[in-house]
Design a protein around this ligand. Structure first.
Ligand SMILES: Cc1cc2nc3c(=O)[nH]c(=O)nc-3n(C[C@H](O)[C@H](O)[C@H](O)COP(=O)(O)OP(=O)(O)OC[C@H]3O[C@@H](n4cnc5c(N)ncnc54)[C@H](O)[C@@H]3O)c2cc1C
Ligand code: FES
Length: 279
C-alpha cells in the first residue's frame, strides 16, 4: 500500500546545518522555504544551483523532513559529495523531490525487519521513525564503530560492524555482517509474518533476499543505481525486472528505487551463493 502519490517540489533551499555525525557520515539540513512531504524510501535529486551546477544532479534518500527542512545523510565518495561536504550554513542548493517508489507502509499482519548498510541507512531509519512498532526489528551495519551515527539511532537499533574498533564507551555491536546480526536476534517472526526492508550495497541486498527466502518472509530492496535525471527521462538507471514471467527494463528512479526482491531474480546470480554482505 503506497497511498496517494506526493507531488515533487523543485526549490532552491538554504543549508542550515552540514556536519559530521560519525567518522564517515554527514547530516545535511536544507531549509526549502516550503513544506516537504515524503514516504520512507523516496529520494531527492540535489545540485548546486545556477550555471556552476554539476552536469548531473545527485540522488540522496530522504532521511527526514520536518516543517520546511529536508535532512539527508551522506558519505563523501567523489566530486559531488566532496563539494557538498564543503558547503557552509547559508549556501544554496537546488532540490527536486520526493521522487521514486517508497517502501511499503506497515500492515497489521506482518512485522518489518529493517536492514541498512552504510549509506543505505536513511530510508530504513526514516521508515522506523515514522512507522516503527514494538515487534519490528531494526539492524544497521557499518565498517567500524566510529562510522556509526549513534546519535541518530534509538535504543531499538542493533548494530553490526566489520571491525570492532572505534566503538564509543558503553556501545556494543555484533562483529560480522548485518544479516548475520539479524539471524542472532531472539524471537524472529515466523514464515509469512514479516517483510525485510533493506537498503545498502548489492552484497547486502543479496544476503537480505536470501534471508527472506530462508525464513519465508517478503522482501523489498532499495537499489542505489547511478542516476542522471531522477524522473524517467535519461534511462540511465534501468534495471531488468521480471514480472508475470516476462523480463523488461524498469527505471530505478520511477519504478524504484524500492523493488520487491521477487522482481529481481538476477540479484542472486553474482556472488556464487556466498551469502556475504559488506558496507
Ligand atoms: C536512490 C538513491 C539514493 C541514494 N541515497 C544516498 C544517501 O542517502 N546517502 C549517500 O551518501 N548516498 C546515497 N546515494 C548514492 C549517491 O547518490 C552517490 O554516492 C553520489 O551520487 C556520488 O556522487 P559523487 O559526485 O560524490 O561521486 P562520483 O564522482 O559521481 O562517483 C564517485 C564514486 O562513487 C560511485 N558512485 C556514484 N554514484 C553511485 C551510486 N548511486 N551507487 C554506487 N556507487 C556510486 C562512482 O562509480 C565512483 O566510483 C543514493 C543513490 C541512489 C540512486
Ligand atoms: S535517472 Fe534518468 S531515467 Fe532514471
Amino acid at each position: 500500500m503506497i497511498g496517494t502519490p506526493i507531488s515533487p517540489v523543485s526549490a532552491v533551499g538554504r543549508v542550515t546545518a552540514n556536519r559530521y555525525v560519525s567518522s564517515a557520515f554527514l547530516r545535511l539540513d536544507i531549509d526549502l522555504g516550503l513544506p516537504f512531504d515524503f514516504r520512507p524510501g523516496q529520494f531527492a535529486m540535489v545540485n548546486e544551483p545556477g550555471p556552476g551546477g554539476w552536469t548531473f544532479s545527485r540522488p540522496f534518500s530522504v532521511l527526514a523532513a520536518a516543517d520546511q527542512t529536508l535532512s539527508l545523510l551522506y558519505r563523501v565518495v567523489g566530486r559531488g559529495t566532496a563539494a557538498l561536504a564543503e558547503l557552509p550554513a547559508g549556501a544554496s542548493l537546488q532540490v527536486l523531490g520526493p521522487l521514486g517508489t517508497p517502501f511499503p507502509a506497515p500492515t497489521a499482519e506482518r512485522s518489518a525487519v529493517l536492514l541498512g548498510g552504510g549509506v543505505g541507512l536513511p530510508p530504513v531509519l526514516a521508515w522506523c521513525e515514522r512507522w516503527g512498532r514494538k515487534d519490528d526489528i531494526a539492524c544497521f551495519g557499518a565498517r567500524d564503530g566510529a562510522e556509526v551515527p549513534w546519535e541518530l539511532l534509538g535504543p531499538r537499533w542493533h548494530v553490526s560492524v566489520d571491525r570492532p574498533n572505534g566503538l564509543p564507551p558503553g556501545r556494543v555491536a555484533f562483529t560480522g555482517v548485518v544479516t548475520g546480526l539479524a539471524r542472532t536476534l531472539p524471537g524472529l517472526p515466523g514464515p509469512g509474518r514479516a517483510d525485510i526492508l533493506a537498503c545498502g550495497p548489492l552484497p547486502l541486498l543479496r544476503a537480505a533476499a536470501r534471508l527472506a527466502q530462508e525464513r519465508g518472509w517478503g522482501c523489498y530492496l532499495s537499489l542505489e543505481e547511478h542516476m542522471g535525471c531522477g524522473y524517467g527521462v535519461c534511462k540511465g538507471c534501468v534495471v531488468p525486472v521480471v514480472r508475470g514471467g516476462s523480463v523488461r527494463n524498469a527505471t530505478c528512479c520511477q519504478e524504484g528505487p524500492v523493488f520487491a526482491a521477487a522482481d529481481l531474480p538476477w540479484l542472486g546470480e553474482e556472488d556464487g551463493g556466498r551469502g556475504e554482505d559488506t558496507h
